[in-house]
Design a binder for this molecule. Structure first.
Ligand SMILES: Nc1ncnc2c1ncn2[C@@H]1O[C@H](COP(=O)(O)OP(=O)(O)OP(=O)(O)O)[C@@H](O)[C@H]1O
Ligand SMILES: [Mg+2]
Length: 161
């Protein structure tokens, strides 16, 4: 199942993330793809809100992985600089994949072979204030979550505003 959303401005993208974050649960993996500046971290900020993370979510580029305490653990990864599978293991990947929290991954292309099949893949593209955001769910559980998101979203965000 797939859903296409168009946002006007960073705050709308955060609102989308907040609505989605409210639906996520332990073991969910969400990938965020798109060019630099496309809004991956901005969407992750909204996801943090929806997961009741009180501290601001920021770019984990230098830390590679940042853990936040929300209503469940939230791990935010930016794998842009991950060069080898060994580095992924050093990040604590095995622990992240045990399913106790939510895992958000920017630049998932870097670690494609390590990703679990059940996940939500989100891609962002656009310029100025507009972003076209495509959400694609794999696996029954994530399809259910995406269907619930589609029901909750304001009409203005669906199918191109
Ligand atoms: N509709 C929109 N959605 C998201 N961001 C937007 C939108 N319109 C403008 N922006 C701006 O685009 C920028 C997105 O930056 P962000 O750090 O989220 O990108 P990123 O994809 O994480 O980049 P990087 O690959 O460097 O990590 C921000 O400055 C944000 O304010
Ligand atoms: Mg980023």
């Amino acid at each position: 199942m797939a859903l296409r959303v168009v946002t006007q401005g960073a705050e709308e993208t955060r609102s989308l993330g907040e609505a989605l974050g409210g639906l996520l649960g332990a073991g969910d993996v969400v990938t965020l793809s798109g060019e630099m500046g496309s809004g991956k971290t901005t969407l992750a900020q909204g996801l943090g809100r929806g997961l009741d993370v009180s501290e601001p979510v920021c770019s984990p580029t230098f830390a590679l992985v940042q853990e936040y305490a929300g209503r469940l653990p939230v791990w935010h990864l930016d794998t842009y600089r991950v060069a080898s599978p060994d580095e992924l293991l050093d990040l604590g990947w095995a622990e992240l994949m045990q399913g106790e929290g939510v895992v958000l991954i920017e630049w998932p292309e870097r670690i494609a072979a390590a990703l679990p099949p059940a996940r939500l893949d989100i891609s962002l593209a656009g310029d100025r204030e507009e972003r076209v955001i495509e959400l694609r769910a794999e696996g029954v559980r994530m399809e259910d979550r995406l269907a619930a998101l589609a029901r909750r979203l304001p009409e203005s965000l669906k199918n191109g505003g």
